[in-house]
Design a protein. Sequence first.
Length: 131
Amino acid sequence: MAVMARDVWTDERLDDLNKRVDGGFKETRDEFRALRAEMKGEFQAVRGEMKSEFQAVRAEMKGEFQAVRNEMKGEFQALRGEMKGESQAIRGDLGGQIAALHRSTQQLFGGLIATMALGFGGMIVALLTQT
């Protein structure tokens, strides 16, 4: 059976190992710092891009909402004008119809009064001629 050689850890070898471990940790810390700096820069860039995009969207929405408001305002004004015109036309037509009804009513009552007066006059004449 072969006996494996056993490594002897001398102080110099332990110091070298210690330096290599320290160096590895330093490299790891440096890499983490670099990664953090890179991520921080990327996040700032993304935030800036998002901020400008959101501002653009807000401006676009504000313009679109204003355009819709103006269009609605114009349409409501046009509708009010149409309704006012229709209302005046209805009032004018209704006024004409009421005036015609008033004339017809006056003519009817005038005719009734004249007919009654003639009837009473005829009865008086008939009574006077009978005697």
